[in-house]
Design a protein around this ligand. Structure first.
Ligand SMILES: [Zn+2]
Length: 275
């Protein structure tokens, strides 16, 4: 058994006790072909966009969710230019290369915005999905240029698993091929707080995982701003306990699992997603 598979089993057992065997519990998908896997990934990408709509993450045409194609790994599926998250469906997704050229689909891409995703994907071959949006609390917190302190169990998911990047990225879009602190900062990390810009998350597991931890990071930023505004001194969790929390309730698999109720809710209420 691969290490990743073994880790997934251990993690599953931490939330799915053996005495519950036979009861309904979300199962990781399995695929008989790469086409089946691609179709599933595209559906999950469209679901993630609808979830971002639900959370109010739209800001004009800003914001992207991208996934690496399972067969053509130098190509990425993403949401189309100037289509609100609420109207993204499987049928209007676009396939884009590293340079920001659309190779499949009817819609254009927001090249200035997408190129940052392309650069991160290209420099980090293990990253399969990435999310970015100009959210209220994440963008405000990012302007402070501070790491997220581990003051809650939820924030522990980002302990030693995110980076703060200050390269004035908020003011100028990164050009293709140009170095960006964000690209390097994602090595081995789940999230980047890009000062003067906003939040970005990435996953080596699934788009479900990347999208859930994006929601979680935005929420943690909101909570941290509230805590800072309270003026009450805060106590951070010890490094040892923060690491333990991250590994047990803040893993990639747990992110995937957290996302499944959202998937069910969107699929049940928004069947046009599959158009
Ligand atoms: Zn942006």
């Amino acid at each position: 058994m691969l290490d990743l598979e073994r880790d997934a089993v251990v993690e599953r057992e931490s939330v799915y006790q053996p005495e519950q065997a036979g009861l309904i519990f979300p199962q990781l998908p399995e695929f008989a072909s790469v086409t089946e896997e691609r179709n599933h990934l595209k559906r999950q990408l469209a679901v993630a966009c609808r979830v971002f709509d639900r959370y109010g993450f739209d800001y004009g045409f800003a914001g992207h969710i991208s996934i690496r194609d399972p067969e053509h790994t130098d190509l990425y599926w993403t949401n189309p230019m100037a289509v609100p998250f609420s109207q993204v469906s499987v049928g209007n997704l676009i396939l884009v290369d590293h340079t920001g050229k659309v190779v499949e689909g009817r819609h254009a891409v927001n090249q200035a915005g997408f190129v940052l995703h392309a650069n991160v994907h290209e420099a980090n071959p293990d990253i399969v999905a990435m999310c970015h949006a100009h959210t209220v609390y994440g963008t405000a917190y990012a302007a402070l240029g501070k790491e997220l302190p581990a003051v809650t169990q939820d924030a522990c998911a980002f302990f030693e698993n995110h980076a703060v990047v200050n390269d004035e990225g908020g003011a100028v879009a990164v050009k293709q091929g140009q170095g960006s602190g964000v690209v390097e900062a994602f090595a081995g990390k789940r999230a980047v707080i890009h000062q003067n810009h906003g939040l970005l998350t990435a996953s080596r597991h699934s788009v479900d995982d990347a999208a859930f931890w994006f929601i979680a990071l935005e929420r943690c930023c909101q909570q941290q701003l509230m805590l800072d505004a309270s003026g009450v001194p805060q106590t951070t969790v010890s490094a040892e306990r923060a690491r333990y929390s991250r590994e047990h309730v803040g893993s990639d698999y747990i992110g995937w699992l957290h996302f499944q109720p959202l998937v069910d809710e969107i699929l049940a209420s928004q069947p046009d997603l599959l158009d």
